[in-house]
Design a protein around this ligand. Structure first.
Ligand SMILES: [Zn+2]
Ligand SMILES: [Zn+2]
Length: 271
């Protein structure tokens, strides 16, 4: 059986990720336009009819830009916590009652052949969550907006076979860039975003044989480059004496270009 992952778009201007099995798929966030989401799904050979729902991490525009139109036009259920629903639903942003699904924190629910668990992360929205998605013995963790890896999010991130984790900014580019001082401080804070070095040091600490795919996500357009994110990670790994084995890969997720489809083979749990 296959558990598949594809990033449709990743970065500070729009996030949307696809996770699928042989029959169904789900989306994590809808931060690009609904028409672009449909186009990208078509481009990667996925029928919109197989999408069973959208999981939403928080109310920032780069995660919900296409949500209203996508859920309305495709009658798609949308899953997030009560607090995040309160922050999303405004007079400007209306989601049909029929599409609203409220989910608990740190409690598994089952959808489309996946066991899904939401966990809270540190970020400057009313509430922000990551998702831990399991199929058989394989696990994907998505944590795209977080200023700090805390005691709650850490175990979900450490347990992943495929990890989508933020590597938002290059520390030097941010410091020397043209952002105002308060914004630099916000980004660097425990409720902002993870920088390349922070993410790399954390990944070096938790690196293990079960972690087969590291996907660096949510790169800043102004304060990072894919080359710098990759270089920081490979340099940190080499300083710590970490060598990737033949089944282990690093990808840098791009903005507005779907990634390759990553397929993990999983074994059904025998009960
Ligand atoms: Zn974001
Ligand atoms: Zn955010």
């Amino acid at each position: 059986m296959k558990l598949s992952f594809c990033s449709l778009s990743s970065g500070s201007s729009g996030n949307c990720y696809y996770i699928g099995n042989e029959f169904y798929g789900i989306l994590i966030d809808a931060g690009i336009s609904a028409s672009l989401i449909r186009k990208f799904l078509k481009d990667i050979g996925i029928s919109m009819q197989t999408i069973m729902g959208v999981m939403v991490t928080h109310n920032h525009t780069d995660h919900i830009r296409g949500l209203e139109v996508l859920s309305r036009k495709n009658s798609l259920p949308v899953f997030t916590t009560g607090t995040i629903w309160e922050s999303i639903l405004t007079p400007q942003k209306k989601i049909s009652r029929d599409c609203i699904r409220e989910i608990p924190l740190q409690e598994k629910f089952h959808l489309a052949g996946f066991d899904i668990e939401a966990f809270r992360v540190n970020h400057d929205a009313p509430e922000t969550i990551g998702f831990h998605i399991c199929a058989g013995d394989k696990k994907i963790t998505i944590a795209t907006d977080l200023g700090h890896i805390c005691a709650t999010s850490g175990p979900y991130i450490k347990a992943a076979n495929l990890l989508v984790i933020e590597s938002n900014y290059d520390e030097e580019m941010l410091l020397n860039g043209r952002y105002p001082y308060y914004l630099k401080k916000r980004i660097q804070s425990d409720h902002g975003h993870l920088g390349n070095k922070q993410t790399s040091v954390f990944l070096a600490d938790i690196f293990n044989d079960e972690l087969s795919h590291i996907c660096l996500a949510h790169l800043s357009k102004n304060n990072n480059t894919p080359e710098k994110a990759l270089q920081t990670l490979t340099q940190t790994f080499s300083e710590k004496g970490i060598n990737l084995k033949s089944h282990q890969y690093i990808s840098i997720l791009k903005r507005n270009i779907p990634s390759e489809m990553i397929n993990l083979d999983y074994l059904e749990k025998v009960i």
